[in-house]
Ligand binder design. Structure first.
Ligand code: NDP
Length: 316
């Protein structure tokens, strides 16, 4: 494994983070989930990403059980708040009330006294940003989170959040956006603004939810047991499952082979070439996937290869 600083902070995380959306507490049984966490640890992954909302809290619980016997100081645990956790009018968003209640609920489910990174899962237009950042400041000062991050915020929202965090003297260090060779939205404004502010990207779906492994073939049924056959997962991966996209992915295969990598490894290595990316968050339904994808850490792709990939995989 290779390790990088999270943004300009002093905290060092693994270049590959293991995340448990769709899988833990839902698509995969607990023993498979634990096997994936073990595979992550065995491959030097020390950073783990989850969220309160994943499987209605069960994903945090599964991760908490899987990591319980590990040395806490050796790991970096990230979670998030924002999406609805119930039907109540305050069971959502980034109000002070919801943040203060949610951090305690997440810590209980994760069986830990603190998270390393507490993230605003989305921007909340209905709560004053000052209120949100002050609540985050109190979470940090109480020792329940060491760093604050955001997820899928625009450049403008990141700038505003960062300015308040500076005033409050709390470390807003990261943004968690979707980023892959098929989804490059952040390159326009988010990355330049983040570079300027010392904010790092920890990017999700680097292999486009499995599409950049090449296992979904044009004109064919999705393989059994894949996300595209999972009741909930299929709704998210569907955006990529068009023959035109799948054909382009197949064209990349020889380039991966030439580089001595699998397609999944090439896709993860591709996002890590961006110097504003602190880490790639990979998902996995099986431990072998973790071991395969973790090989991408530290891989350097030459410019010519990256240009060829970009030519073929112009964003969807
Ligand atoms: P990926 O793009 O890494 O997709 C992971 C899925 O692809 C796996 O669950 C598996 O699905 C398939 N796969 C992975 N490796 C292989 C392989 N080598 N061969 C074949 N299939 C493979 O990322 P995710 O979309 O899962 O997202 C990763 C994490 O990012 C999440 O767990 C979460 O922590 C975070 N995230 C954050 C979001 C946010 O809003 N902040 C939104 C989404 C994700 P299968 O075997 O079922 O086909």
């Amino acid at each position: 494994m290779h390790y990088r600083h999270l943004g300009s902070s002093g905290m060092v995380i693994s270049e590959i983070v293991y995340g448990n959306w769709i899988t833990h507490g839902s698509q995969v049984e607990e023993n498979a989930a634990v096997a994936c966490v073990r595979a992550a640890l065995n491959n030097g992954i020390t950073s783990f990403d989850t969220a309160d909302v994943y499987a209605g809290g069960r994903a945090e619980e599964v991760l908490g059980r899987a990591l319980k016997s590990e040395r806490r100081e050796g790991m970096e645990i990230f979670t998030k708040v924002y999406h609805p956790m119930g039907d109540g009018k305050n069971d959502r968003g980034l109000s002070r009330k919801h943040i203060m209640e949610s951090i305690d609920n997440s810590l209980r489910r994760l069986q830990t006294d603190y998270v390393d990174l507490y993230q605003a899962h989305r921007y909340d237009p209905e709560t004053p940003l000052e209120e949100t950042m002050e609540a985050f400041a109190d979470v940090v000062r109480s020792g329940k989170a060491h760093y604050i991050g955001v997820s899928e915020w625009t450049a403008e929202q990141i700038r505003a959040g960062h300015a308040l965090a500076r005033e409050l003297r709390i470390p807003l260090v990261s943004n968690q956006p979707q980023y892959s060779a098929l989804w490059r939205v952040i390159e326009g404004e988010v990355v330049p603004a983040s570079r300027e502010l010392g904010i790092g990207q920890i990017v999700f779906s680097p292999i486009a939810q499995g599409v950049l492994t090449g296992k979904y073939r044009p004109g064919a049924e999705p393989p059994a047991g894949s996300r595209a056959t999972d009741e909930r997962g299929s709704t998210f991966v569907a955006r990529y499952l068009r023959d035109e996209v799948l054909e382009r992915v197949q064209q990349i295969k020889p380039l991966a082979e030439e580089a001595g990598l699998t397609l999944a490894q090439l896709a993860v290595a591709w996002v890590l070439q961006n110097d504003n990316v602190s880490a790639a968050i990979i998902g996995a339904s099986r431990p072998e996937q973790v071991s395969e994808n973790a090989v991408a850490a530290g891989v350097e792709l030459d410019e010519e290869l990256v240009a060829k990939i970009n030519d073929v995989l112009a964003p969807v």
